[in-house]
Write a protein that binds this ligand. Structure first.
Ligand SMILES: *Cc1c(COP(=O)(O)O)cnc(C)c1O
Length: 494
């Protein structure tokens, strides 16, 4: 399987190169040249396996290369999905009620769905780097809206041959997210706040990746950059697995018959999670609709309604900060697929996006996207109301991001009457956003101190806080640096 770029069809890369490099030289994203297929008998076979078995199989379809991954993939997967996940199922499916199910993706060490890919990526990346860049040190650059940063730090800390620098919007993450990153352990890590929002941090990282002077300096030192953001295919591929896994679990429990369609509702920011669902569907998993849920930053809702992507709008800091994004990077991969793999068209739209902040796709293309995607958004009051309802009516404690998806799913069901089984991606532990969740559950203001809010949420619900979050209070703060958006390049060589 070879990879090409969304912006230049003459690019050809092996899976090793795609993962080690992270982003294509001209700024496009790596995409597989073909999509492997998954037939019903294979799904049935996967249903008989555990999570690591399912992961090894799905990944082996995308990560093939001469000089191969054989054997190594099994090794990588087994190192990733260990007891660092508090649930042995890794990504368990819970019945919420009626035809609604929760796919819990937050049982990893940092309590958000990013762990599922980022516990695996360091193993894929070091294996890839060994194959193609013998001896080079890999410097991982990450822009984070809150959860990726911590998950990447935890995945890469003290991994030999790597360093990792994480940039977060200094006022744009939750108190708990900031604390998680500021207390990160490891000798190869660095955490920097950026005065700006997530899009500024992401644009800054993308600019560094393609800056010839910085790249030359780094190469002279025997080092190379890579990305742990979902622009890296090595982040995307592991996320395809849990869509397949959830489907298998529903078949195993007799909730659906093999071949019956299932919808997925996904709280969306950078479009990485839901895009993995689209790849699962394109492989042949019986996925009905992919329901794209946004918060008050509704750029994707508008795009999927009108075909116009327009980032020229106010940016809102919300209680679901990991979705506070106006430039959803992975949409580029979907555009490439929907445009019949026309890299010229995609490159043109991305140029327009960079220059004017806006582009528009043709009506026929919008129509084909809408055959797979539904979209909706959720404001702050609706987020709180969705948390309140889920807890008091259905006994489920949802975080602020997951609540957006619950809200959008409810609206979808009310609007269409469609009662097809739907799996909601639960992307973070509610304890990660304890103050907002507590306030939504009780209707009263939460304690201002985040650890007091944690304790109060435990007391209110009787549910246990994940140990790594509770333990943060005792950990020393190591990183307090903040820089201007123009200064990020000064922090990447350390
Ligand atoms: C990152 C994140 C999202 C958004 O996922 P994308 O892949 O960026 O669309 C949603 N919820 C939580 C909790 C996250 O950490």
């Amino acid at each position: 399987m070879l990879y090409t770029s969304t912006r230049d069809s003459s690019v050809q890369a092996t899976s090793f190169q795609a993962i080690a490099q992270g982003i294509s030289g001209e700024g496009g994203l790596f995409v597989p040249e073909a999509i492997p297929s998954l037939n019903p008998s294979k799904i049935e076979a996967l249903a008989g396996m555990d999570y690591t078995g399912r992961a090894e199989y799905i990944l082996s379809k995308f990560l093939t290369a001469q000089g191969g991954w054989e054997g190594e993939l099994r090794d990588c997967v087994c190192k990733a999905y260990t007891d660092r996940f508090s649930d042995p199922a890794v990504a368990p499916v819970k019945h919420l009620g009626g035809n609604d199910y929760m796919l819990e993706l937050f049982h990893g060490p940092t309590s958000a769905f990013k762990d599922i890919a980022l516990q695996l990526l360091p193993h894929l990346l070091t294996a890839s780097a060994k194959k193609i860049q013998s001896g080079k040190e890999i410097v991982i650059l990450v822009a984070t809206s809150g959860d990726t940063g911590k998950a990447a730090l935890e995945g890469f800390r003290d991994v030999p041959g790597t360093k990792i620098a994480v940039f977060y919007p200094s006022e744009g993450v939750s108190a708990m997210q900031k604390r998680q990153m500021a207390t990160q352990e490891g000798g190869n890590v660095r955490v920097v706040g950026v005065r700006g929002n997530f899009d500024d941090a992401q644009n800054g990282v993308k600019a560094i990746f393609t800056d010839p002077a910085i790249l030359a300096g780094l190469a002279a030192e025997g080092r190379a950059f890579s990305s742990a953001n979902s622009i890296n295919w090595g982040r995307l591929a592991p996320q395809i697995v849990y869509y397949v896994s959830a489907y298998c679990d529903l078949v195993n429990r007799g909730r659906i018959a093999l071949g019956e369609p299932v919808h997925f509702a996904v709280p969306t920011g950078n479009f990485g999670n839901i895009l993995a669902g689209y790849f699962a569907k394109a492989m042949g998993l019986p996925v009905g609709k992919l329901i794209c849920a946004s918060n008050r930053n509704r750029v994707l809702t508008d795009f999927l309604e009108t075909g116009v992507y327009d980032r020229n709008r106010p940016f809102y800091a919300t209680s679901a900060p990991s979705m506070d994004i106006l430039i959803s990077s992975n949409l580029e991969r979907l555009l490439w697929l929907a445009a019949g793999r026309d890299s010229g068209l995609v490159a043109g739209w991305m140029r327009q996006l960079a220059q004017s902040g806006r582009y528009e796709i043709p009506p026929a293309m919008l129509k084909s996207l809408r055959a797979s995607f539904e979209a909706g958004c959720c404001d702050e009051a609706q987020t709180a109301a969705a948390i309140h309802r889920a807890w008091h009516d259905r006994g489920y404690l949802a975080d602020t991001h997951t609540a957006c998806a619950l809200h959008v799913l409810d609206e979808y069901r009310a609007r269409t009457g469609d009662e097809t089984p739907c799996v909601v991606a639960a992307t973070a532990s509610p304890f990660k956003f304890a103050a907002d969740v507590l306030q939504a559950v009780t209707g009263r203001p939460a304690p201002a101190d985040e650890f007091a809010a944690l304790a109060a949420l435990e007391a209110e619900t009787g549910l246990p806080c994940p140990a790594p979050l509770a333990g943060l209070e005792e950990k020393p703060v190591r990183f307090t640096e903040v820089c201007e958006k123009g200064e990020m390049a000064d922090f990447v060589r350390f």
